[in-house]
Ligand binder design. Structure first.
Ligand SMILES: [Zn+2]
Length: 325
């Protein structure tokens, strides 16, 4: 098992971006036949933050989300800088798009993981009942549950707004969530996935040509000995963590993943990896769906059977913050 050194948040050169500037550039960047829109407005610290989207009609839709964590800048900036190219790529293949480029705008501007109210928008799409009357936001590996339910109106503002917005549209064929890992030092890549892992292997391999893939490693910061998340021997994680990716697999979305570059990865490389996966997911949506008999189920069990306790200290002292939360 590889040991990964953890420490302070990686330095991001573009850590401070005014959201108003981002929103203006976003609106100006979305080309026809796509259109930009605002699906809700949240109020944080007395200011209004519009929640931005892009839609491109098409019979088979790909959803791309980014910016759940405000200090993970690569996803929102990749989508802003490459909106025209992404729209052209999808339109040429007859694929529709719904892009939500900056899900947590107040956190984005403040460069904080959570929103300015301290709510945690990432892992609150689903709740699992693990024993009668006991509900959890995520499951440990292999943990049984009796019910799973959407969080509904009681979740973080941004999560509630996005869930409502997604409910107005068709169930996508593929859904990709762009993240970064600022817990792990160095340049790395790994991915949370559901469904047929074979679909993702070419994308993982191309990403691995740009930065090393984090394999057979504990990813989560772990004060909870049973709560760690493991990247398997390929660099994949299958985790029922209540995230939008988990929600999409519950909704029956064929291809759904959350990808992670470390924040120390140079921004142009992180952007290129994001684009590899965005184009790849558009390609998957454009291709005929595989026959059910040929699809392999998601791997539900931990691959490495390795060490269950991470001896490295949690980064956020005094509070257990799961890497995905
Ligand atoms: Zn994240």
């Amino acid at each position: 098992m590889r040991r990964v050194r953890r420490g302070q948040t990686g330095i991001v050169s573009n850590s401070r971006v005014l959201f108003g500037d981002y929103a203006a550039r976003w609106t100006a960047s979305v080309p026809a036949p796509a259109e930009s829109f605002t699906y809700a407005t949240v109020i944080e610290a007395g200011r209004q933050f519009p929640l931005l989207g892009l839609r491109l009609p098409g019979p088979r839709t790909v959803v791309v989300t980014a910016g759940f964590h405000g200090d993970e800048k690569s996803g929102p900036l990749t989508l802003l800088d490459h909106a025209a190219e992404i729209v052209a790529y999808a339109a040429a293949r007859g694929v529709g798009l719904q892009i939500y480029p900056c899900v947590n705008p107040s956190g984005f501007e403040a460069h904080t993981r959570y929103n300015l109210s301290g709510e945690r928008p990432n892992n609150d799409f689903l709740r699992y009942e693990i024993s009668p009357g006991v509900w959890r936001g995520e499951l440990r590996t292999g943990q049984a549950f009796s019910e799973v339910a959407p969080v509904g109106g009681g979740g973080p503002k941004e999560t509630v707004a996005l869930a409502r917005q997604l409910a107005t549209g068709p169930v996508p064929v593929a859904a990709l969530d762009l993240h970064q890992d600022n817990f792990i030092h160095g340049h790395w890549f790994y991915a949370y996935v559901f469904g047929d892992l074979a679909a993702y292997r070419p994308l993982l391999a191309r990403s691995g040509g740009l930065v090393p893939v984090l394999r057979s490693s504990i990813v989560d910061s772990g004060q909870d000995p049973d709560g760690d998340v493991f990247a398997d021997s390929e660099g994949f994680i299958v985790s029922h963590d209540g995230s939008i990716t988990d929600k999409f697999q519950r909704d029956g979305v064929t291809y759904t993943a959350a990808i992670e570059t470390t924040t120390e990865t140079p921004a142009p490389i992180a952007a290129e990896i994001n684009l590899i996966w965005i184009r790849g997911f558009i390609d998957l949506a454009a291709a005929p769906a595989p026959a059910v008999a040929g699809a392999r189920p998601a791997q539900e069990t931990r691959q490495n059977g390795g060490i269950g306790v991470n001896p490295a200290p949690s980064k956020e002292i005094g509070e257990h913050v799961r890497g995905t939360e």
